[in-house]
Design a protein around this ligand. Structure first.
Ligand SMILES: C[S@@+](CC[C@H](N)C(=O)[O-])C[C@H]1O[C@@H](n2cnc3c(N)ncnc32)[C@H](O)[C@@H]1O
Length: 197
C-alpha cells in the first residue's frame, strides 16, 4: 500500500524532481567520488532508487557496469532518455534477484521512503545483493527529536522517516556492515554512511 503511494508520488513529480534535484544539483559529487574510489575497476554497481539516472550516469562514465532500478515508471522513462547506454529496470528493490552480486550499492535519498518497521529487512536485502567486501553508500533523513519517527508530509502526500545518527549507524552495524565513513549533509537534515560488507 505504502509503495503504491510512493510510486504515484514519484510518477507525478518525476520531471520536476529530475530537473531540480537530479540534474539540477551537484550535491552528491564528492560522495560519488569517494564511493567510486572504493570500488574495483569495472565493478558491478546498483543505483537503487535511481530516479532520473544522474548518479547512474556518473558511475557509468567511470567505467562501472551499472544497473539503475526504480519503482516509478516515469523516473525510469527519464533515466532511459537521459542515459540510454545504462541498463535501467522498473522494479521494487525487495523483488530484485540476482545471480551475479554487486560490488557496490548506491542508495541516495531513498531510505526515508522505507517504513521504520521494514528498515531492517531492507538493509538485510541490500547485504544479500552485495558481493564479499561490497560497498554500500546510503543516506537517511535526520531526526530532530530524541526518537526516530515517521510523519505524514502533507505537501508531498507521503510518509517520511527520520532517524537519529545512532539508530542509523546501529542498524548497519547490527546487519554486519563495517562503517567506513559517517557524515551529515544538506546542513544537518541528512546523513550519509559509506560501509563495507
Ligand atoms: C528522492 S528520489 C531519489 C532519486 C535519486 N536517487 C537521487 O538521489 O536524486 C527517491 C527515489 O527512490 C525510488 N524508490 C522508493 N522506494 C523504492 C523501492 N522500494 N525500490 C526501488 N526504488 C524506490 C522512488 O521512486 C524515487 O525515484
Amino acid at each position: 500500500m505504502e509503495n503504491k503511494i510512493i510510486k504515484n508520488y514519484y510518477n507525478k513529480i518525476a520531471k520536476e524532481y529530475t530537473q531540480e534535484h537530479g540534474y539540477g544539483e551537484n550535491l552528491s559529487i564528492q560522495s560519488l567520488e569517494k564511493f567510486a574510489s572504493k570500488l574495483p575497476l569495472k565493478a558491478r554497481v546498483l543505483d537503487l532508487g535511481c530516479g532520473g539516472g544522474q548518479d547512474s550516469k556518473f558511475l557509468f562514465d567511470r567505467g562501472f557496469d551499472v544497473l539503475g532500478i526504480d519503482i516509478s515508471k516515469e523516473m525510469i522513462k527519464l533515466a532511459h532518455k537521459h542515459v540510454p547506454k545504462v541498463n535501467f529496470r522498473l522494479i521494487d528493490i525487495m523483488d530484485l534477484l540476482t545471480t551475479k552480486k554487486f560490488n557496490g550499492i548506491w542508495c541516495s535519498r531513498v531510505f526515508h521512503n522505507i517504513s521504520i518497521k521494514e528498515q531492517e529487512k531492507f538493509i538485510k536485502k541490500l547485504k544479500s545483493l552485495l558481493a564479499k567486501n561490497g560497498v554500500l553508500y546510503i543516506t537517511s533523513a535526520v531526526s530532530d527529536k530524541k526518537e526516530d519517527y515517521e510523519i505524514y508530509d502533507s505537501n508531498e502526500g507521503i510518509n517520511k522517516k527520520y532517524l537519529s545518527s545512532k539508530s542509523f549507524k546501529n542498524l548497519l552495524l547490527k546487519k554486519g556492515f563495517k562503517i567506513l565513513k559517517f557524515k551529515y549533509w544538506v546542513g544537518k537534515r541528512g546523513m550519509e554512511i559509506l560501509a563495507i560488507k
